[in-house]
Design a protein around this ligand. Structure first.
Ligand code: NAD
Length: 716
């Protein structure tokens, strides 16, 4: 084991004239550090002042060949203490806030002076010394800080109310400095020592007192101050040559309100008290984000009683017309499309659930149980680190429109992916004794990998990439700004989808859409395109989530048909990001009507040209109308027609697709890239026509009239 030294480091140890501080100073100096031995030389209760305490320790260090300088300032003048380090050694790397006094009194007898003096020396002193060193630490991108707390603060101790308060205050101070210093390589930890000193001589039993040598704590503090130690924000307890870590744990608790009953009474608190205080499933939470996430988790676990998932009945899920309609609205079904009425009107002759709805009973059961976390070999995975990776859903029975269904879940496998673990959870949802849907959820648990488990599993239902060709159909649809707000009401109440503060804490600009809401849109697109919006033709889907969607963004579902399987991927139109990949819907049968041909093609380079034309027409509608003709552009890619644009210059309208009213006077067929080249003058329109790159049918002469219109914009 390589020896750890402090060569070239400067350590400031406050209250180093005696007890623990003296031991720290001697050890640092013996390992090469230049040490500032700070000590006011006061009495046990803060009375008086003498330089002898610091001087004797400096002399001891020098006698042993070390380098040290005495500083007699009170820690309350922290900047003076740090100045001593800078004046003598030109730098400072380590601050051990150790100086301390006692003014023990029973609470009723504590005077203002007793209170203020204790807080001045312990809390304010640590603040002042550390704050004076802080800019130096930041500048040199290195610093190690120790705060000294006490079991009296952590547990309380008779007669030490002032001291306990100040000592626990130091834990709070250290917690925040650990966060603020992290990016500057400044670490701040807390030591909770128990050692024989003048502070403890009349507190500790004499036999024990002999054993409690300050020298037993010093190596622990020195290690925490070494550059090789990455501990930060820890509370470390040490005594008699023992060291351990202390951290808070929080009970699972009990949510007292539900979305059915948002208010609660004092009696409700009483009735739930023992369950709320039960520590059997208590967990440590590492930071405020985890604490918030755990709170959010509690809301999800306990607050979804109107989804039928609460308490011991967490695998039950109620279904009624309202919920089915709400889901359909949340995934974009609209009364403006007559075929969607069957999803939205309970008296419709074919009133039906949107099939994507039936993911909810399984999902809510998994979310309200600890099945995923329990399956992990590492305990303590934060809920924020469990991500919904993939989902499979298959309809195997008759889907009810009302009643209560029950879901059974089981862990199929746990995979080791190195950076994380994948828990594969299978579920079956029952209506009475009949299985109506089966599913498989894959949860990716960040940081839970490397446990020596298998990388793959035969039980996993795999995502499949789409065929390597242009999609056969594309549907674009802008999601509602309220999509997540609506979707929540179907059961998944996670505030991440509605509360901006929680979204920001989770690292998003604003609340994100539920991944399964995005899937609900895309599955509906597939049904609109290939099943005449008939949910009963749906058999199954498989999806992999890759990125989140924000409510209000436009989803673009790209579809490829191979028999009864429709491969799809979902993109965000505004950013081009792929959000659902490796996905497919299996249909019982494909049903297409005349109106369900190519709805819209993916974005092309020439789209920008047409956008410019749209802008030009808007700018000068009279000029556009003077052309008085209807033009249909057929845009091709790899010899296939991929998009159509209408320039209806009789009405002054330009839009995607065929002419809405009347017939095109002229039809122009051109490839996407030639269209761009013509627009930018790289290819003459006439030459393109002669070489067969631009085909014109109908009234050729009318195209001449387009020229003045497009003069200011791209040439066509
Ligand atoms: P100690 O009395 O032996 O040492 C404390 C030193 O701090 C003294 O030399 C004193 O002169 C100095 N000091 C007091 N006020 C000062 C000021 N304003 N500026 C500069 N120096 C000042 O006591 P110790 O037991 O070694 O305690 C060290 C630290 O550990 C204290 O913060 C104490 O509260 C804490 N602590 C000790 C124990 C223990 O078991 N000894 C337990 C818990 C916490």
């Amino acid at each position: 084991m390589a020896s750890l030294d402090f060569k070239d480091r400067v350590a400031v140890v406050t209250g180093a004239g005696a007890g623990l501080g003296r031991s720290y100073a001697l050890l640092f100096a013996s390992r090469g550090a230049k040490v500032v031995v700070n000590d006011l030389g006061s009495g046990r209760h803060g009375e008086g002042q003498q330089s002898a305490a610091a001087d004797s320790v400096v002399a001891e260090i020098r006698k042993n060949g070390g380098i040290a300088v005495a500083d007699y300032n009170s820690v309350v003048d922290g900047e003076k203490v740090i100045k001593t380090a800078l004046d003598n050694f030109g730098r400072v790397d380590i601050v051990v806030n150790n100086a301390g006094i006692l003014r023990d009194r029973s609470f009723a007898r504590i005077s203002d002076q007793d209170w203020d003096l204790i807080h001045a020396v312990h809390l304010k002193g640590s603040f002042k010394v550390t704050q004076a060193a802080w800019p130096i630490f930041r500048k040199q991108n290195y610093g190690r800080i120790i705060m000294t707390s006490s079991n009296a603060g952590i547990y309380g101790n008779f007669g030490q109310a002032n001291y306990s308060a100040a000592k626990l205050g130091l834990v709070g101070l250290a917690n925040t400095l650990a966060i603020e210093g992290q990016k500057y390589n400044i670490h701040c930890n807390v030591i909770v020592p128990t050692a024989a000193s003048r502070l403890t001589e009349d507190i500790l039993p004499p036999d024990l007192f002999k054993e409690l040598k300050p020298e037993y704590i010093a190596p622990v503090v020195a290690y925490l101050c070494h550059e090789s130690c990455d501990a930060n924000g820890e509370i470390i307890e040490s005594a008699i040559g023992w060291v351990g870590k202390l951290h808070y744990i929080r009970s699972q608790g009990k949510l007292l309100r539900t979305s059915n009953s948002p208010t609660f009474t004092i009696e409700d608190v009483q009735a739930n008290w023992s369950q709320a205080m039960d520590m059997s499933k208590a967990k440590h939470l590492d930071n405020i984000q985890e604490a918030t996430a755990a709170l959010v988790d509690s809301i999800n676990n306990n607050g979804s009683s109107d989804s039928g998932a609460s308490g011991d009945d967490s695998n039950l899920f109620k279904i009624d017309n309202n919920k089915l309609i709400l889901y359909s609205l949340a995934v974009g079904a609209t009364v403006t499309k007559p075929a969607h009425l069957s999803y939205l009107y309970e008296n419709h002759e074919n009133f039906q659930p949107a099939p994507g709805f039936f993911i909810l009973p399984g999902l809510m059961t998994i979310m309200t149980s600890s099945v995923t976390a329990d399956a992990l070999p590492h305990a303590d995975v934060s809920p924020t680190n469990i991500l919904h990776g993939e989902q499979y859903l298959e309809v195997v029975g008759k889907l009810p429109t009302e009643g209560q269904v029950r879901t059974e879940v089981s862990v199929a496998d746990v995979l080791d992916k190195g950076s994380g673990a994948v828990v594969i959870v299978d579920f079956s949802t029952y209506n009475g004794d009949e299985v109506i849907v089966k599913g498989q959820m894959m949860a990716f648990c960040v940081g839970a990998g490397n446990f020596g488990g298998p990388r793959n599993s035969a039980k996993a239902i795999a995502p499949v990439p789409p065929p390597k060709r242009q999609p056969d159909a594309v549907i674009e649809e802008k999601t509602s700004e309220d999509a997540a707000a609506l979707y929540r009401l179907c059961g998944d109440l996670n505030p991440l989808h509605i509360d901006s503060n929680i979204a920001q804490m989770a690292g998003y600009k604003k609340p994100i859409l539920h991944g399964l809401c995005t899937v609900g849109y895309s599955v509906r697109h597939v049904l609109d395109q290939y099943a005449d919006s008939d949910g009963s033709l749906f058999k199954s889907y498989k999806v992999r989530f890759s990125k989140p969607v924000l409510p209000g963004q436009t989803l673009r579902t790209l579809m490829w048909r191979e028999g009864n399987r429709i491969y799809f991927s979902t993109q965000i139109k505004e950013t081009g990001a792929e959000v659902v990949t490796g996905a497919y819907v299996d249909l019982k049968e494909v049903k297409m009507t005349a109106s369900t041909k190519l709805v819209s093609a993916p974005s092309l380079e020439s789209d920008a040209i047409f956008q410019k034309i749209i802008d030009g027409v808007k700018e000068d509608p009279a000029k556009a109308k003077s052309v008085n003709g209807i033009f249909l552009y057929e845009i091709t890619k790899d010899g296939k027609k991929v998009k159509e644009w209408t320039l209806d210059l009789k009405k002054g309208e330009v839009y995607e697709g065929q002419p809405k009213g009347g017939k095109a006077d002229t039809t122009l067929t051109v490839s996407d890239s030639d269209m761009v080249d013509i627009a930018f003058g790289k290819l003459q329109a006439q030459a393109a026509y002669m070489r067969g790159k631009l085909k014109i049918k109908g009234n050729i002469m009318l195209t001449q009239k387009l020229v003045p219109l497009l003069k200011s914009g791209p040439k066509l």
